[in-house]
Ligand binder design. Structure first.
Ligand SMILES: Cc1ncc(COP(=O)(O)O)c(C=O)c1O
Length: 365
């Protein structure tokens, strides 16, 4: 609350002392890249599309298993999201499917670090570099997660974080674009400041600022930045607590050794941030009764994305490349269990108990 009081005493206009503090904390978390605070991850992705100067007919390859914002940001520029399949274990983009979808019109590959478990960057980074296309990390769920010793969000050319209320670190609605390729910085600076060179003006590099290119209003107010700064300072503790809770679910599931469900895979190169603990039920028709049984006990378990290629806008604005069998198989079976920094071991045992009992009953019916 002190941070809110302090923000209220000053100007609430974005770009002030708390924005600077968030930028400093993000630079510590993701070294060698420049962060720009935004009002959401959606905004950060739209800023990425402007940074890459995407035009109608350009293509961006991405998984169908993602949130609409991943595709919307590029469709807004007239670019075509090309939807590919995911790895069936992690539900992260399948690098071979992504490589197979690249055409002469491809400008970028967007990878989504689903559940805060990093994509196969060892495959994606050289694949994009060799073809001269940009790699964008949709790291909406991945703040505080790593690929080996490198923080997610800062490995590709551009990375987008979400600080939405559902994320590990949050200010209600917030995000950041992380720019790891220096030559993109001038375009990002202008687009971030509503299409003007106001940042150069503030640095005393030009006498007045002018409208130079496309841009929008991406900066959050200092009130949001103050809240976020406080959360970013505590991010290490929150991540550790969430990882502990994630590990407890994982142990319970392994001990149960039930053939009726399985967890998502975590490859050896991925150090996740405990954002989501999801299981795949053996049969899709079990999900609804399982959610109801848990809800009857006051437990909120949730499904997740509708694959974009099966959504009305996805069918209109995107195209697919290759089969999407892993996406289509996983989507109706996926169940997210409740997880936050303060969930107790007893609560988790109770969730797992109801889940397993219900599945046993359903499998016998
Ligand atoms: C993969 C992915 N990208 C982007 C977003 C959008 O994030 P925001 O709500 O911060 O705009 C989400 C939202 O959860 C998401 O899951």
């Amino acid at each position: 609350m002190d941070c809110i009081r302090e923000a209220m005493l000053g100007s609430l206009v974005g770009g002030g002392r708390f924005t600077a503090e968030c930028h400093a904390l993000l630079r510590q978390a993701v070294p060698l890249a420049i962060p720009y605070l935004t009002t959401s991850c959606t905004d950060a992705l739209e800023l990425a599309a402007l940074a890459l100067d995407l035009r109608p007919g350009d293509e961006v390859v991405m998984p169908s298993w993602t949130f609409p914002s991943s595709a919307n940001a590029f469709a807004l520029r007239g670019a075509v999201p090309v939807l590919v399949d995911v790895d069936p274990g992690t539900l992260d983009i399948d690098p071979a499917a992504a490589a197979g979808a690249v055409t002469a019109r491809t400008r970028a590959v967007l990878c989504v670090h689903y559940a805060g478990v990093g994509c196969d960057m060892d495959a994606l980074v050289p694949m994009c570099r060799d073809r001269g296309i940009a790699l964008i990390e949709d790291a909406a769920q991945a703040y505080g997660a790593f690929h080996r010793d490198r923080p997610l969000g800062g490995i590709g050319d551009l990375g987008a974080f979400s600080f939405h209320g559902t994320k590990n670190v949050s200010c209600g609605e917030g995000g950041a674009l992380i720019v790891a390729r220096d030559e993109l910085l001038p375009r990002v600076e202008i687009a971030w400041e509503k299409g003007t060179n106001r940042l150069r003006f503030l640095r005393g590099k030009t006498e007045r600022y002018q409208w130079l290119d496309l841009g929008s209003s991406f900066l959050p107010s200092e009130l949001s930045a103050a809240l976020l700064a406080a959360q970013l300072r505590d991010a290490g503790t929150v991540t550790a607590l969430r990882r502990r809770a994630w590990a407890r679910y994982d142990i319970l599931l392994r001990e149960a050794a039930s053939p009726l469900l399985k967890p998502l895979a975590v490859p050896a190169y991925a150090r996740h941030n405990g954002h989501i603990f999801a299981v795949r039920l053996r049969q899709a028709e079990w999900r609804k009764p399982v959610i109801s049984a848990l809800a009857a006990a006051g437990v909120e378990a949730r499904s997740h994305y509708e694959p974009l290629h099966q959504s009305p806008a996805g069918r209109r604005l995107c195209r697919t490349a290759g089969a999407l069998a892993a996406t289509e198989a996983a989507a109706p079976c996926l169940l997210r269990l409740p997880l936050d920094a303060h969930i107790t071991a007893e609560e988790q045992e109770c969730v797992m108990g109801i889940l397993l009992d219900t599945l046993r009953q359903l499998s016998r019916a």
